[in-house]
Design a protein around this ligand. Structure first.
Ligand code: BDR
Ligand code: CA
Length: 329
């Protein structure tokens, strides 16, 4: 059942990014979401590119009302490693768009996160924070403003995977980029009792948009539809495929249509020391009734709703309808 109630207050934390842009379009346009703020972090591209791309997308869909906070320019410990081979040299498909007319909020990402979370909690509408990027900003929030972190309504992040990886044989890009940050966030969610959902690579590739659907977006003619078409077709060309995932946008769509994603609550840890496995999300799918007698580590404290399966066409359809301007009100 599609969620059709008061809109969900959300903050997106992004490293825009082609698929982050797809997610920003959805969050900025769908009436079921109340986009309260966006924070930026280095990841797919250096921070200055991420900020520019984010402001460009929000300006494109006339969301000048959404404050954009500039966050961490590097991971906590690792050196930054961008993903421009996936997202283009400007981080967002090299579309040659005009520079944004919007400017970032004067507050840092940390202050913007704190203020937005606190306002949500004070009004009785705790916000859902949606990291679609390395979780450096959120980890810093957990350490600098732990009380505010505890007032988050829910964390729903794109990252990790129970069975699938991309950056290395073991790790997904966002967690690989800043493993300590991901570990801190999972730990802080456990300590503060903040519900956390992991939309990882097990489901990330399921919502695909085809060449024919891109053609229909172009024919639609609205600014949002044409930008959406350009973003997806960049990945069609880059990977010589007739279909491309909407990636991070799937994590946002999950908030609107939770039944489209099957999750299971499982203990999750982030591997920080493995030679070949650093950055892996270790999802514990054991049958605990067998006991833990042989396990010196026991169960991870962080219980995470791990997305294991998704109805890709249903999620892609929700995104496409929104791009066409046909999202339910
Ligand atoms: C994640 O890495 C980035 O390249 C994408 O934007 C997505 O957030 C997928 O591993
Ligand atoms: Ca991303």
């Amino acid at each position: 059942m599609i969620v059709a109630m008061a809109s969900i207050p959300v903050v997106l934390d992004v490293d825009t990014g082609v698929d982050d842009a797809c997610a920003l379009l959805l969050a900025g346009l769908h009436p079921g979401l109340d986009l309260r703020a966006v924070t930026c972090v280095a990841g797919n591209a250096p921070l200055s590119d991420v900020v520019r791309n984010t402001l460009t997308v929000l300006g494109w869909v006339e969301r000048a009302d959404v404050p954009v906070g500039v966050g961490a320019g590097r991971p906590l410990l690792e050196d930054p490693v961008d993903a421009r081979h996936v997202h283009g040299s400007d981080g967002m498909a090299d579309l040659g768009l005009a520079p944004p007319t919007l400017s970032p909020d004067p507050r840092s990402a940390l202050d913007l996160l704190r203020d937005t979370i606190d306002e949500g909690a004070a009004s009785g509408e705790p916000v859902t924070v949606v990291p679609l990027a390395p979780m450096t900003n959120l980890a810093l929030l957990a350490r600098v403003h732990p009380e505010a972190f505890g007032r988050i309504g829910r964390v729903a992040f794109m990252g990790g995977g129970a069975h699938v990886s991309n950056a290395t044989a073991a790790a997904e890009f966002n967690v690989f980029h800043d493993p300590e940050a991901a570990a801190i966030v999972l730990d802080a969610c456990a300590v503060s009792d903040v519900p956390v959902t992991m939309y990882g690579l097990d489901v990330f590739y399921a919502p695909m948009v085809t060449d024919a659907q891109v053609g229909a977006l172009r024919a639609g003619g609205s600014p949002a539809a044409s930008l959406a078409a350009d973003l997806v077709s960049f990945h069609h060309r880059r990977f010589a495929n007739d279909g491309a995932t909407i990636g991070d946008a799937g994590a946002v769509a999950m908030l609107l249509d939770p039944d489209a994603v099957h999750t299971q609550r499982l203990p999750v840890r982030v591997e920080l020391t493995g030679t070949w496995t650093r950055g892996r999300t270790v999802v514990d799918r054991r049958d605990w009734s067998g006991g833990l007698a042989h396990d010196p580590h026991g169960l991870a404290p962080a219980m995470v709703d791990v997305a294991l399966d998704a109805d890709g066409p249903r999620i892609a359809d929700l995104w496409l309808r929104t791009m066409h301007g046909g999202a339910p009100s």
